[in-house]
Design a protein around this ligand. Structure first.
Ligand code: HEM
Length: 378
């Protein structure tokens, strides 16, 4: 028996089992309701007619067709230049921003929230004036269990956010059709599926998944990563002495943060998982946060260790055909920021209690007050 008002599910908590389910996407497909929401919210969404379909709500063969449209864009070979240079510039800009604050800031709110937003908006082609609006959107869509971001009527806030987003991107689509550029908005505005223009709702969903999936996830990882280093200055100094450790440290930060807390899958057939008899139609919750602390894979899993030999086995990006499209970009952003920050940071310490957003889907720190000393930029 589950909690009244919520779908019942099997909790899949071990690393091997999360991978086992994710890799069998025909047996355990995604669906339009692959995130756990209260039954009332699901019903209200359905009744409103605002059902936004994105890559994470699709299954093959449809998913493969839509994923193909932007897969090349996110490949390392495409992102390397000139985009990597742009990411480096943005990293420097946000570390400069910390320096401008002087010696104190709320790292989560003043830095970590904004830098990945800026990166993803420049990929999408959203000008800087549009960013404040884009900043609110993921908080309204994903942080909407947190009253600070959603106001009283959470479902109404969700619908209003979706509508706002639609109007903004409809205008952008018209603009790119008339004046193509080399951004993702142009790819999406002109893309064809089975020889016809991409349907309007799917196009909106695509904008939405790129704008939102690439934002809060990376922000949360950056804030959690800096928190971990701040609480363990020896590890921070190790990275400063040997920046070649940063790549592995980023994997460890992603493992520790695991900002996407879960996805749901629905069994299409009876299946036995570790002796548990799953029935066709049952829901399974893939609990990535737990899988990334599985002691069968990660020795001393609660310890943050920038030298962990198998940190890259973390499963925070999922697995199989839905594996995070932006994984390379996320890693690139995190590395660029850490390289810049660590080359200039003399010391950093907590300056108040950290706070987490209330969310069961994408979660992480919303406040991380810090006090620090920095060298001036080279
Ligand atoms: C540390 C940062 C990030 C984490 C932890 C993360 C995690 C995830 C996870 C768990 C999934 C679903 C995987 C599955 O169902 O198996 C996913 C999918 C996705 N992510 Fe990320 N993500 C991150 C950053 C990004 C960035 C920067 C982008 C840039 C656009 C992005 C775009 C996407 C998209 C488009 C999908 C859907 C892929 C599909 O269904 O084919 N993500 N991500």
């Amino acid at each position: 028996m589950g909690e009244p008002g919520w779908r019942s599910f099997w909790a899949v908590t071990r690393h091997a089992e999360v991978a086992e389910i994710e890799r069998q996407n025909a047996l355990f497909p995604n669906s339009e309701t692959s995130v756990q929401l209260p039954d009332a919210a699901l019903a209200q969404q359905k009744a409103s007619g605002v059902q936004i379909k994105t890559l994470v709500h699709m299954d093959d063969p449809e998913h493969a067709k839509y994923r193909k449209l932007t897969n090349e864009w996110f490949k390392p070979s495409n992102l390397r230049t000139p985009f990597e240079v742009r990411v480096g510039e943005l990293a420097k800009r946000y570390v400069d921003r910390m320096a401008e604050f002087g010696s104190e800031c709320d790292f989560a709110r003043d830095v970590a929230l904004l830098y990945p937003l800026h990166v993803i908006m420049s990929i999408l082609g959203v000008p800087e004036e549009g960013e404040p609006r884009m900043l609110r959107l993921p908080q309204q869509l994903f942080g909407n269990e947190d009253p600070e971001f959603a106001g009283e009527d959470r479902n109404a806030a969700l619908l209003a956010a979706a509508l706002d987003f639609k109007q903004y991107f409809d205008r952008m689509t018209d603009d790119r059709r008339a004046h193509p550029r080399d951004d993702i908005a142009t790819v999406l505005s002109t893309a064809r599926i089975d020889g016809a223009p991409m349907p309007e709702s799917e196009r909106l969903g695509y904008y939405m998944i790129v704008a939102t999936a690439g934002h809060d996830t990376t922000s949360a990882t950056l804030a959690a990563g800096v928190e971990a280093l701040m609480n363990d200055p020896d590890q921070m100094r190790a990275l400063q002495r040997d920046p070649s450790l940063i790549d592995n440290a980023v994997e460890e930060m992603i493992r520790r943060a695991t900002p996407v807390r879960h996805f749901l899958r629905q069994a299409t057939e009876d299946y036995t998982l570790r002796g548990a008899k799953i029935r066709a139609g049952d829901w399974l919750m893939l609990v990535q946060l737990s899988a990334n602390r599985d002691e069968a894979i990660f020795e001393n899993p609660y310890r943050f260790d920038v030298r962990r030999r198998n940190a890259s086995e973390q499963i925070a990006f999922g697995a199989g055909v839905y594996f995070c499209l932006g994984a390379h970009l996320a890693r690139m952003e995190l590395k660029a920021f850490l390289r810049e920050l660590l080359s200039r940071l003399e010391s950093i310490e907590p300056n108040g209690a950290p706070e987490h957003v209330v969310a069961n889907f994408v979660g992480g720190l919303k406040r991380l007050p810090v006090r620090y000393r920095m060298r001036s930029a080279a």
